[in-house]
Design a protein around this ligand. Structure first.
Ligand SMILES: Cc1cc2nc3c(=O)[nH]c(=O)nc-3n(C[C@H](O)[C@H](O)[C@H](O)COP(=O)(O)OP(=O)(O)OC[C@H]3O[C@@H](n4cnc5c(N)ncnc54)[C@H](O)[C@@H]3O)c2cc1C
Length: 443
């Protein structure tokens, strides 16, 4: 089934000009279909806030000019994970030469990971969709889905305006109103959501290079747990941009509520933490915002297809938190590509019913993004454990403090230091064993 061409304003309406929406619009336009990309912000990126490490493999394959022209900030050449205590820090610091070299893709050579600012990246992505023929409509908020008598989606409503289309691509983010309106996704439970708070702090490029141990083009991605969140499930990050830092906290909603603290209060505390002072001193805040983050992993991904409608990116619940890496943008890109191609096929085949659009589900299932979601299926449950937010870091610090402190007492072997630190820790031996087993199974 498909509406006759006289009955539609566009072949496809894409709602949301984030990475998922822009890539879906790009692919549809490249197939010669008429497509409108609707964005509620005054411009793409105006309403977007993201931590900012992008793994651009899929993006650079889909847009061959990405490597040379995209507005990326720095190539990440250093990944640091820190267990922060009130007066000490234990870090795992990975700096590899290969991180600076491009990862070869089929058509281009992209860096492994880059930092991005969404206010720059999103307009660039939307411009690529426009260049391919998509019509960008910024400053318009979609209020509802338009349906036919049988309940199939046949367009969208924005205020008094109705735009009719064969297919609607919902790329409207983690709080997707369209997914709920279609009955595809219930409101996510609090333990599947986190609150992200982020500031951009201006800093001179030379100072960034000195403080973070990177060169002019290189960048650092710091993930920080433990005292960063005062024990609330979640973590902090500091990413280097060209002449600014992206600094933020991601706090699991249920644990934040339980703690009785506010995200803003914890963020202020994080910014003032002695462990961060040497990185942030003298930096000036130029931007601040907060946004929900999907944290449920595979459990959040439900039905992604309805008659006349597909869900992509955060709207489909596609994010991964593996502990070391937080990914959402590259999954949004992968799903946007899969949706654009599958919807174009369905339109050409004249069947945009749920059955015809099932090819999107099939294409999505075949992506590396879905394979990775399955690999980390147990990760969200693992991050409900207390270990990573307290005992692990405190115990590691306890061992290292003893190892590095020569106070005249005879030296003890490391195994004894570890045994004593475990005994002193606030987690029982059973909890340590369960943490270790859960980590092995989940990460
Ligand atoms: C603090 C924080 C840190 C993060 N860090 C990272 C990171 O380092 N790396 C990473 O890969 N991911 C990170 N993420 C996740 C990442 O930002 C998302 O997964 C990604 O942006 C999802 O892309 P999307 O296109 O699906 O949705 P979005 O980027 O959210 O885009 C949705 C778009 O739809 C628009 N929209 C919404 N409703 C409507 C409507 N009714 N009408 C019209 N337009 C509408 C919005 O304005 C927005 O532009 C982070 C998220 C947060 C909040």
């Amino acid at each position: 089934m498909s509406l006759a061409s006289d009955d539609v304003d566009f072949d496809a309406v894409v709602v949301g000009a984030g990475p998922a929406g822009s890539l879906a619009a790009l692919r549809l336009a490249q197939r010669g279909l008429s497509v409108v990309l609707i964005e509620r912000g005054e411009a793409p990126g105006a309403k977007n806030l993201s931590g900012g490490v992008l793994y651009p493999y899929e993006l650079a394959t889909a847009i061959p000019t990405f490597a040379a022209q995209a507005p990326v900030e720095r190539t990440v050449t250093r990944h640091v994970t820190t267990f922060l205590q009130a007066d000490s820090a234990v870090s795992l610091d990975y700096a590899g030469d290969h991180l600076a070299s491009p990862v070869a893709t089929a058509d281009t050579a992209a860096p492994n990971a880059v930092t991005v600012l969404r206010a720059r990246l999103d307009p660039w992505l939307a411009a690529r969709a426009e260049e391919a023929g998509a019509f960008l409509m910024p400053g318009v908020k979609v209020d509802a889905l338009e349906r036919d008598a049988g309940g199939a989606v046949v367009g969208v409503r924005a205020g008094e305006e109705v735009l009719r289309s064969r297919v609607v691509v919902a790329a409207d983010g983690v709080n997707s109103f369209l997914a709920r309106d279609a009955g595809l996704r219930p409101k996510p439970p609090a333990h599947h959501l986190a609150v992200g708070v982020k500031a951009v702090l201006a800093m001179e490029p030379g100072r960034i290079a000195d403080r973070f141990g990177v060169d002019d083009a290189g960048g650092a991605a710091h993930a920080v747990v433990g005292d960063a969140t005062a024990g609330v499930a979640g973590g902090g990050f500091v990413y280097t941009n060209r002449d600014s830092l992206s600094v933020g906290l991601v706090l699991r909603l249920d644990d934040l509520v339980r703690s009785g603290r506010t995200a803003h209060e914890l963020f202020e505390r994080f910014l003032a933490h002695p462990g961060l002072r040497r990185y942030l001193a003298g930096a000036e805040a130029v931007e601040y915002g907060s946004h929900l983050v999907a944290e449920g992993g595979l459990a959040m991904v439900g039905e992604v297809v309805h008659d006349g409608l597909v869900l992509t990116g955060d709207a489909a619940g596609l994010t991964i938190n593996s502990g070391l890496v937080l990914r959402g943008m590259d999954l949004a890109v992968a799903s946007g590509i899969a949706a654009g191609d599958a919807v174009a096929d369905a339109i050409e085949a004249g069947d945009v019913t749920r059955t015809g659009l099932e090819r999107y589900r099939t294409a999505l299932e075949a992506t590396t993004a879905m394979a990775d979601l399955r690999t980390y299926e147990r990760a969200p449950a693992f991050f409900s454990r207390r270990g990573p937010y307290g005992p692990w870091g405190r115990t590691a610090a306890d061992v290292l403090r003893a190892a590095y402190t020569l106070d005249g007492a005879p030296r003890r072997p490391v195994r004894t230091l570890v045994r004593d630190a475990l005994r002193r820790s606030d987690a029982s031996p059973t909890t340590w064993a369960q943490d270790a087993w859960a980590a092995v199974r989940s990460l």
